[in-house]
Design a protein around this ligand. Sequence first.
Ligand SMILES: [Zn+2]
Length: 329
Amino acid sequence: MDISSILQGGYQHPLSRSWQSRRQLTKSMFMYPIFITDDPDASVVIPTLPGQRRWGVNKLEGFLGPLVQKGLSSVILFGVPLNCKKDFRGTPADDENGPVIQAIKKLRSLFPSLYIACDVCLCEYTSHGHCGLLHSDGTINTEPSVERIAEVALSYAIAGAHCVAPSDMMDGRIKAIKRKLIDAGFGNKCTLMSYSAKFASGLYGPFRDAAGSAPSFGNRKCYQLPPTAKGLARRAIQQRDTAEGADIIMVKPALPYLDIIADAAQLASDHPIACYQVSGEFAMVHAGAAAGVYDLKAMAFETTESMVRAGATLILSYFTPEFLDWLST
Ligand SMILES: [Zn+2]
């Protein structure tokens, strides 16, 4: 056998196996998605998302305190308003008394070390359930959508969010948000993480259950990318969002789009690259484990390690609490 064919000597020991990865999972790579609802005492199980709940602000201390103790470093908040009056422009999105702004303030005071990101979108707050404002024929009206989304992002920054993360996929919103943050004095106080390559995926089902954000008519295919669209994803990452001032580039979902994560790592090589292991991916790992196909922990590691291998430096995952334990041992 040729000398160059002998590889196994390089990974025969657990430690030398670990050296074969360029980078390894760390606790600080994990950002935990949290659903915040407007009943302050809520702690409601989400049946399709194993182990996850909708939380009221009064429950956040008891829920997150132990996780912060274990090394939880960041969360991303999603508002789930159940009692607000939704309208065409998503007015409740930046209601001072709404769940997200209340939760930002609460978490800032409870956990000074915790990094707080906020998803920014209108779909949870619009009467039609779309992510932007609409023309009378039901199509997206981009300019006022972008203006409204930037307004909401700024209000989260003012409330104390360390990071705003627009998930709407409207063209031009990164530039508009960045400009608004800068003009209001938050250019150096708030990170802008863009959901840059967000695909129209079949993996968002449990999230829509959790957030109650399915559109009342039509779908989101006019703004979310077609799953086959590698070129569009590359343009969204590089020509659009990186050029418009995004501080972090995100790919969503993660597992079926590892090639796009690798593209993002190359196209935005000087930016942190985030990926979202979305609700359906998480539920899929759980379902396979429950069916005896594989071990849950092993597959949680294999899937997230594949994201790191592809180039991700930040992973939004519902497995975050488990990884705080798993990465301690
Ligand atoms: Zn949306």
